[in-house]
Design a protein around this ligand. Sequence first.
Ligand code: RTP
Ligand code: MG
Length: 141
Amino acid sequence: MAIERTLSIIKPDAVAKNVIGQIVARFEKANLKVIAATLKQLSRAEAERFYAVHKARPFYKDLVDFMISGPVFVQVLEGDNAILKNRDLMGATDPKKAAPGTIRADFADSIDANAVHGSDAADTAAIEIAFFFPESNIHTR
Ligand code: RTP
Ligand code: MG
């Protein structure tokens, strides 16, 4: 299987619940390595740019408002099949539909406050990683 990188964001709701470590432990148990990380307050302009793909969607304004409501924990994860593996660990976007034992089933409150973001494909992963981290701040090990 291919070693991949993906971008993970622990969203403001999960940071506020003080479960950063519990979520990161799930990545580590699944053999994903944190190779870059930062706790960061996004500006409105950054959140708008990050989620620009959803600009035309009815939930865009609420999504941006939520993403700037508190600090987020942004990481690059690396490992076998990292993009899909992270999406599987996260569970469905709506926590009511997320499989038991997934991060969203266990930590998310609603489709808006849904605990985590994860890149959905190789091209978006590369763009999202570059959005937050210069290569010099990424440490493969
Ligand atoms: P994410 O991008 O945050 O990892 O989530 P995702 O791929 O599972 O979902 P996506 O379709 O990309 O939507 C991005 C975020 O927008 C919010 N959303 N709200 N109210 C709604 O119908 C709705 N749909 C999406 C969610 O917070 C979702 O994570
Ligand atoms: Mg998405």
